[in-house]
Design a protein. Sequence first.
Length: 184
Amino acid sequence: MTVPLVIKRIFRIITTKEGSQRESVMLTEESFNQKNDSSPGAGGLRTTELKITPSVVQRGRNVTMACIHQLHDYGVYSVKWYKGNHEFYRYSPLDTPTTRLIPANGIKIDRLRSNETHVVLISVGPTLSGNYSCEVIQNSPSYPQYVATARLDVVECDSEIKSTSLEPKGTRLDPRELTDKLLT
C-alpha cells in the first residue's frame, strides 16, 4: 500500500575541505519513497534528523549528537558531520578504519562513543556554538545525500548559584499577588 508523503527539500552548497563544492538536500519530512515501512522492497532513506543533547550546554560539558536515519534496502555509504560547512567527523563502513576525525578548531571527539549514528563532543567551549549538520549518503546506484541540521549553544555559567528572595522579611505574599507585583 502506498501512502502520500509531504517532503520539504532545502538545497545547499557544501564546500569540502579540499575546496570542491557539491549540492546537498535536506529532507525535513518522511522519505522520497512513496511506500510505507511495512511494504516489501520499500527501498531508500525514510527519515533524517539531527538531535543535539543538550542543545544548550554549559561550557566544559559533553554533548551527544545523534543523526537519526532509517535506511531500507540500501546501506550507508557514509555519514559526515559538519560544524557550519567544515567537516569534522566521518563514518564510512567500507573504509578501514571506519571512522575518521578531521581536525577542526576546538572540537574534541570521544572516539570510543562516536559511531555511525552518534558523535560525542568532549568539554565544549563557547567557540563551538553554531549550526551542526549530519549528511547521510546512501549506498545505492545514485548515492543520494540527505542532510539534517540543528543548533548548539554553549553558555558561560557562574560556578556559584546565588539564592535571591523576593519577599521582604516578615511579610508573606500570596503567589498571585507576587506575580502581579513583578509584572507591573
